[in-house]
Ligand binder design. Structure first.
Ligand SMILES: Nc1nc2c(c(=O)[nH]1)N[C@H]1C(S)=C(S)[C@@H](COP(=O)(O)O)O[C@H]1N2
Ligand SMILES: [Mo]
Length: 526
């Protein structure tokens, strides 16, 4: 019976060597992904199959898992996701390779299914066109034949008549030939991926567009105002450099928007729909404001917060061009990649420095922080206000829509809670007895920090010395000189706002509307 025979043969084959076809599958898949990188890079598109699948995954993971990822991995959540996808892809590639060795038809079918899934993910991304399918298509056109060819070398179909002795004679040279073929393919994949990265780095001219903006816009030098930075060793600087500014968003690969292609549509419940180009916007006049931005996912004592000099146009001025209807109460902003935020209309028009920002610390916005234009609204968490790559403002009513994070269980409105953080000493530090500078920051954007107090081991509260601030919209540094006696101690901090709210000791987790509680650290005084 032929089926028994071939079964026995493939059984002997798999006992001898299941790994060559598995390796063939991994290498073929790798080459396919490299080809996708090259084509996406050449086309200047952000959506490679891997990116699209990753972003669909991000958009469809349940809220709790996302919260867990941000809490556990913080700003490294994307790296962890990509690493996880790498492992899953390697396993899938290996399985497809093994399957292909058993049955060419089934193996190629499985590979095709994988491609179709990737294609569907690309298609499901907002703002994708047929052109975004080309990287996936090219990946398939290269990976499928290479898969069949490599698996053929890894597990040569036994000649129908050949029995034991012939099979025993074949392996050595064919194994060498296979390893050479696999090695060359893997090398091509690595070189290809590198080339793709290089092409991608040109980013469809977005970096060039950013350089042009840097040259043409007269952005300010972001000199730190006098007295704001207490310069306590090891404390965070008052001004957060762009490269150290936390990054949180749902985009696995930054949306690529050139300033010259950007436009902002203001519509919905307005008298006149308005569409602005980048030049229209900056032509309205840029204002420079120090504003502190923080994430609702920031834990007590966390670092998902930063302070920068933002250059931009007041959102109120742009809304005024469109003239919102009196019964509207919200603005739904949308980014180029489809993410949305819902911001109270009154917050955007009450005279505070809510900006459509184009500059950050004297440079055009970095791609990761929303180039070419983003929103920044002092007093609100980023998820309800700080839309990056913003392309649309829809004047509407909260009753009529839900924004990205609201549909995932976070609060509809996200005013910043008053908070304070101890930066030095670091938690579990050992310090020498004597005078120890306890220092950090406190923030309650747009309300302002009036006082910061520190106590140790539930003792009396001591007033910290406050640094200067240019407005109520930034964080405020503080320092308290502690006469530290030897032993284990627990300093903790609380802040009071200018409108008299004392920071609550009540612990709340970040979800659904921001963490609360006093930052407390453990210090050993030697
Ligand atoms: N387009 C877009 N804008 C976005 C987000 C996003 O996922 N997509 N995340 C928001 C959140 S939750 C925060 S805290 C801030 C973070 O801005 P940053 O990355 O510049 O620090 O961006 C906001 N704007
Ligand atoms: Mo956030």
């Amino acid at each position: 019976m032929t089926s028994t025979e071939s079964g026995a043969e493939s059984g002997a084959g798999s006992a001898r060597s299941w790994w060559p076809p598995a390796l063939a599958g991994v290498v073929a898949l790798g080459l396919g992904l490299a080809v996708a990188e090259i084509v996406a890079g050449a086309l200047g598109r952000a959506e490679t199959p891997v990116v699209a699948v990753g972003e669909e995954f991000i958009d469809h993971t349940p809220g709790w898992l996302k919260d867990f990822a941000v809490e556990t991995f913080g700003v490294h959540d994307k790296t962890v996701l990509l690493a996880g996808m790498g492992v899953v892809l390697a396993v899938l590639g290996a399985l497809i390779g093994v399957l292909t060795a058993r049955s060419r038809g089934l193996g190629l079918l499985a590979a095709t299914v994988l491609l179709v899934v990737a294609g569907l993910a690309v298609n499901a991304r907002p703002d994708t066109t047929m052109a975004d399918l080309l990287p996936t298509l090219a990946a398939g056109l290269v990976a499928l034949p290479v898969l069949a060819w490599l698996v053929g070398k890894a597990a040569p179909a036994p000649p129908a008549a050949a029995a034991g002795p012939a099979a025993a004679a074949v392996p050595a040279p064919s194994r060498r030939a296979f390893l050479t073929a696999a090695g060359v393919t893997a090398g091509l994949a690595v070189v290809g991926a590198g080339l793709g990265q290089l092409l991608g780095a040109r980013r469809a001219g977005v970096e060039t567009s950013r350089d042009d903006i840097a040259a043409s816009l007269d952005l300010p030098r972001a000199d730190v105002p006098p007295g704001v930075d207490l310069v306590v060793p090891d404390a965070d600087p008052w001004r957060t450099p762009n490269q150290h500014f936390y990054r949180i968003d749902t985009a696995l690969s930054e949306p690529l928007v050139r300033a010259e292609d950007w436009s902002l549509r203001v519509h919905g419940m307005v008298e006149t729909e308005v569409e602005l180009s980048y030049d229209d916007l900056v032509g309205m006049g840029l204002e420079d404001r120090w504003l502190t931005l923080n994430c609702v996912s920031n834990e007590v004592g966390g670092h998902l917060i930063g302070n920068a000099l933002w250059s931009g146009v007041p959102i109120a001025d742009v809304l005024a061009l469109a003239v919102p209807h009196a019964d509207a109460d919200a603005v739904r902003s949308r980014s180029q990649d489809g993410w949305t935020a819902g911001t109270p209309l009154d917050v955007l028009t009450d005279g505070r420095d809510a900006l459509l920002a184009v500059g950050m610390n004297g440079d055009p916005l970095p791609l990761a922080h929303g180039f070419p234009v983003r929103m920044i609204v002092p007093g609100l968490y980023g998820y309800v206000s700080a839309t990056k790559w913003v392309v649309e403002l829809e004047v509407t009513r909260f009753a009529d829509f839900e924004a990205y994070w609201t549909t995932r269980g976070w609060a509809e409105k996200g005013p910043v809670k008053v908070a304070s953080r101890i930066d030095v000493p670091s938690s579990r530090a050992h310090v020498a007895a004597g005078t120890v500078a306890v220092a950090g920051v406190a923030w309650a954007q747009h309300r302002g920090i009036a006082a910061v107090q520190v106590r140790v081991d539930d003792g009396d509260w001591n007033d910290a010395r406050l640094a200067a601030v240019p407005s109520t919209d930034t964080w405020r540094q503080w320092v308290w000189d502690w006469d530290a006696p030897p032993g284990d101690h627990r300093p903790q901090v609380r802040a009071t706002t200018m409108d008299g709210e004392v920071q609550t000791s009540e612990h709340a987790p970040p979800a659904p509307d921001g963490a609360s509680g006093w930052h407390t650290i453990d210090v050993t005084v030697d």
